[in-house]
Write a protein that binds this ligand. Structure first.
Ligand code: PLP
Length: 458
């Protein structure tokens, strides 16, 4: 496979650091072998996350100049509201500073102590915002999602037997709502099919259960539906999006991903009761309900980015750039999650470093080793991200122990993908020399952001 042709040209460039080998070794030690603690200046290619790292277009930057910084009723709020109505089809929306702000408002409103929230695989901040009001997140994704080798085209799908199992086990009153993520991040950026969403709506209607989406990567999911699902081959992305959203009662959205902006988020719904409750809470935690922690200019860039991020031509390039990196690695037999997902290539650390036990944190180790080798920053998505069992306090070792090479949108060229692949392939060839890590500092919440490690001898 060749890298896709970029459907844009470059107008502004940013210089990046190119630390030498000595500095890289020092920098990762100073960072406690946690790539989140590296200084950006010490990074050459930053594949830590696709969150807030997109390059905006000239159209978005132009929009920033018409930011209306009024405290109340800024014109950009109405532009954003209209963009959400036009593209996602929800009637009401509440702006927030980023995705977790929306999760906080939505989940603290809907979750009562002791309740269960089934979801097609957890996400870190989502799980925490279900737990803080006293809920528990449980998994209802199909088994295929837990198997990195399985090439199911819609690994994000819900397993209805699992969902029914929770209803039978806990009783319908204990289920707060069903939470569905699109292009499931922790499963490797894997999509949900339209058929699955449609069936879920029917299933939940029978029980009068609400469905709330984590629509953060819904545009990338919509692209996969068009590419892989019968009947959608020629459907405009916006039509696909509107149909997807029509099967839900509302969504939370981190606009730092598919909306091509550096900050922002919102929740959206057709449910007046949810809207009124969350619009009231937004003023306590985020800001007035016409800005929710965003500046007027941020809302304008977001309104325009939501549209640009749902264009077929752009999405085709985007998904195929990620796929290009995946294909370079697969050609060299490097173990990755298959098929390549929407926003990232995930390395299977258990297969990459089979000589390391789970307690030596293979994914954390591999992410640190890649940085040391080439200045490419990736992140751990495995046991460190998963955290400890709420009840027993023991480490949980999920089946997936992954390193995520996340591709910022419109930021890196195909040559950057080739450089990254070369580094990973180089390490794979000398994988037997890579030793594990010991955790020496562990914070209580979302430990992967701040935990520190030391190298242990092989
Ligand atoms: C990033 C993300 C969030 C949280 O959003 P922030 O903007 O980082 O607060 C929630 N859900 C998913 C699936 C995400 O990827």
């Amino acid at each position: 496979m060749k890298g896709p042709v970029e459907p844009f040209k470059i107008k502004v460039i940013e210089h990046v650091g190119m630390p030498d080998e000595k500095r890289r070794t020092e920098a990762i030690r100073e960072a406690g072998y946690n790539t989140f603690l590296l200084k950006s200046e010490d990074v050459f290619i930053d594949l830590l996350t696709d969150s807030g790292t997109s390059a905006m277009s000239d159209n978005q930057w132009a929009g920033m100049m018409i930011g209306d910084e009024a405290y109340a009723g800024a014109r950009n709020f109405y532009h954003l509201e209209k963009a959400i109505q036009d593209i996602l089809g929800y009637k009401y929306m509440v702006p927030t500073h980023q995705g977790r702000g929306a999760e906080h408002l939505m989940y603290s409103h809907l979750v009562k102590p002791g309740q269960i929230v089934p979801r097609n695989m957890y996400f870190t901040t989502s799980k925490l915002h279900v737990e803080l009001p006293g809920g528990t997140m449980v998994d209802c994704i199909i088994d295929e999602a837990h198997d990195p080798e399985n090439e199911h085209p819609f690994k994000g799908n819900v397993d209805f037997k699992k969902l029914q199992g929770y209803i039978d086990e806990y009783g319908i009153d204990k289920i707060a709502f069903v939470n569905i993520e699109q292009d499931v991040n922790m499963a490797g950026g894997q999509p949900v099919s339209m058929e699955n969403l449609r069936k879920l709506r029917e299933f939940c209607d029978d029980y009068k259960l609400k469905i709330i989406y984590d629509a953060t990567r819904s545009s990338e999911n919509a692209y996969f539906i068009r590419e892989r699902e019968k009947g959608y081959e020629n459907t405009p992305i916006i039509e696909i999006l509107r149909e997807m959203m029509s099967y839900s009662d509302g969504c939370i959205y981190s606009s730092k991903k598919d909306c091509l902006v550096n900050i922002g988020g919102f929740l959206a719904t057709n449910d007046k009761e949810i809207f009124e409750a969350t619009r009231n809470m937004v003023v306590v935690y985020e800001g007035l309900h016409t800005y929710g922690g965003m500046a007027g200019r941020d809302m304008e860039a977001l309104a325009r980015g939501l549209k640009e991020g749902a264009e077929y031509k752009y999405l085709k390039y985007r998904i195929n750039q990620v796929r290009y990196l995946g294909s370079l690695l697969m050609d060299a037999s490097v173990p990755i999650v298959k098929p390549t997902g929407g926003h990232a290539v995930f390395l299977n650390a258990l297969k990459f470093l089979p000589h390391l036990s789970r307690e030596k944190w293979p994914a954390q180790t591999l992410a640190a080793a890649i940085y040391e080798d080439s200045g490419v920053r990736s992140m751990e998505r495995g046991a460190i991200s998963k955290g400890r069992d709420k009840v027993t306090g023991e480490n949980i070792f999920p089946k997936l122990e992954l390193v995520r090479l996340t591709i910022p949108r419109r930021v890196y060229t195909n040559t950057h993908m080739e450089y990254t692949a070369d580094s990973v392939i180089n390490l794979y060839e000398k994988r037997a020399e890579i030793a594990g890590l010991r955790m020496v500092y562990e914070p209580k919440y979302l430990r992967f952001f701040q935990a520190r490690f030391e190298k242990i001898d092989l």
